[in-house]
Design a protein around this ligand. Structure first.
Ligand code: SF4
Length: 278
């Protein structure tokens, strides 16, 4: 099972993005996180560490190393303020840095300024990291794919990953910014056309599975077999309080608990044709 250990909440983050999808409160200490990684790995699970900005407590880096996780998801603020952190994360096995870069909506979301993202991306590239930018896609920027890719490429990024905005956490009631299926279909076309302009060995354009199955893709054949969404069937997320969910984007439907080092859960999702997250 792939297990996403969510270790810290939105309140412990060093920024307050308007669309933050994290719905839970509380943190799991670095020590408890390391112990959980050791326990779960010993049971044959793959463990991924995530949360809000985990770099606010560098104690978590021990658990990254234990989990064999060589990438870090970050908003880049601390890396910009304390460049010595680049050396520390490298010492803990981090090779890829994924920086949130909400092109076209950063101001509206009160998220990380794109100018800061550019500085951190360039510095990370200079220091030899693989640089991936991650952009949340909403009804406001889904049509601007070519420009966003041009900006990311210009910052020296190796990859731009698009993630659909999820109505969870602070965005739970945000119907205005969420994508319609028609938006998503057009977005797929924009991505396909923009990909043709880049050599994928030089610059990759990727999409999170939460957009749902794209026509003609491997995802579509999974969908046809009712096997697109892996929530609770190969994938789970554990909140800091031990409650288990099918996926980090489905943390409104508890399916079990992580108790005394073991998962006690049930797979409840029948319909796996597309992404179950709203
Ligand atoms: S709900 Fe399913 S398809 Fe959607 S992001 Fe989660 S695991 Fe992936």
């Amino acid at each position: 099972m792939k297990i996403v250990l969510m270790v810290n909440d939105q309140k412990s983050c060093n920024i307050d993005c308007g669309h933050c999808y994290l719905p839970y409160a509380g943190n799991r200490s670095p020590e408890d996180t390391l112990e959980a990684v050791i326990n779960l790995k010993a049971q044959g699970h793959d463990v991924i560490i995530a949360g809000s900005e985990t770099l606010v407590d560098t104690g978590y880096l021990e658990a990254y190393m234990e989990a064999g996780q060589d990438y870090l998801l970050t908003n880049g603020i601390l890396l910009n303020h304390k460049p010595e952190l680049f050396d520390l994360i490298e010492e803990h096995g981090i090779k890829t840095i994924q920086i949130s870069a909400h092109f076209g909506i950063d101001k509206e979301l009160k998220s990380v300024p794109i100018s800061l993202v550019g500085k951190v991306a360039t510095e990370a590239k200079y220091r030899g990291f693989d640089v991936r930018l991650a952009t949340t896609i909403t009804s406001k920027n889904y049509h601007d794919v070519e420009n966003m890719c041009g900006l990311a490429y210009g910052m020296g990024a190796d990859e731009l990953k698009f993630i659909r905005m999820i109505q969870s956490g602070k965005a739970e009631a945000d119907n205005e910014n969420s994508l319609t299926q028609e938006n998503i279909n057009m977005f797929f076309d924009y991505v396909t056309r923009t990909r043709a302009k880049y050599d994928k060995d030089e610059f990759r354009i990727s999409m999170h599975g939460n957009f749902g199955p794209r026509p003609g893709s491997a995802g579509e054949s999974l969908s046809l077999r009712n096997g697109y969404c892996p929530a609770s069937d190969g994938l789970v997320a554990i909140a800091p309080d031990g409650v288990v969910y099918g996926c980090p984007f489905l943390m409104n439907i508890p399916i079990g608990r992580y108790v005394e080092g073991r998962l006690d859960m049930k797979s409840i999702f029948q319909d796996r044709l597309a992404c179950l997250a709203k």
